[in-house]
Design a binder for this molecule. Sequence first.
Ligand SMILES: [Fe+2]
Ligand SMILES: [Fe+2]
Length: 198
Amino acid sequence: MTEDRYARIYALAEPYWQTRSNELHVPESYALARELLDEHPEADPDVVLPAILLHDVGYLVVPQEDLLKGLAGAAKGWEPDITRRHEVQGAALAGEILAEVGWDPARTRLIQEIVDGHDSREHALGIEDELVKDADKLWRYTESAVRICHDWMELSPDAYMDWVQSEIDAWLFTATARTLARRELAHSRAALAAEPVR
Ligand SMILES: [Fe+2]
Ligand SMILES: [Fe+2]
């Protein structure tokens, strides 16, 4: 699952992934973040990897009926209030979990800042923030995201894939992520053609 260094954070974060398909999204984004880090040795993995594990933990503390409201508005973009609340709650919870494992305080503060703006802040604070934002959005190109998210967006799988393809340059900061997005999307298109959504 993950090497020891991040295993405790992973284990403490995982219970908070049980909503909005985050139990698939977060581990898959975590794997994509590791691929991004392979190409970006200048980025600090002790910021990027905890941040991606913790970035969406705030969703579980947003009440269920409000989440549904968020999903209903998804076709027009994520409902801004839900987006903001899961960031603020997530940053607080990330601070508690990182304190519990004794993570470095300076890194913890940066991780909290990254979590706090991972959806709402359009610019990135630095390379670590860029890689977290990219790993988060890269999931949208994966087969599991296509099978799940086309419904959220009220689009057919093909229309969903065309849409995310058209946003590659707008959503992703690094050339590495753009390459991975194209790879994932090619895989998704082949997988969906072989086994269409019923
Ligand atoms: Fe998020
Ligand atoms: Fe996310």
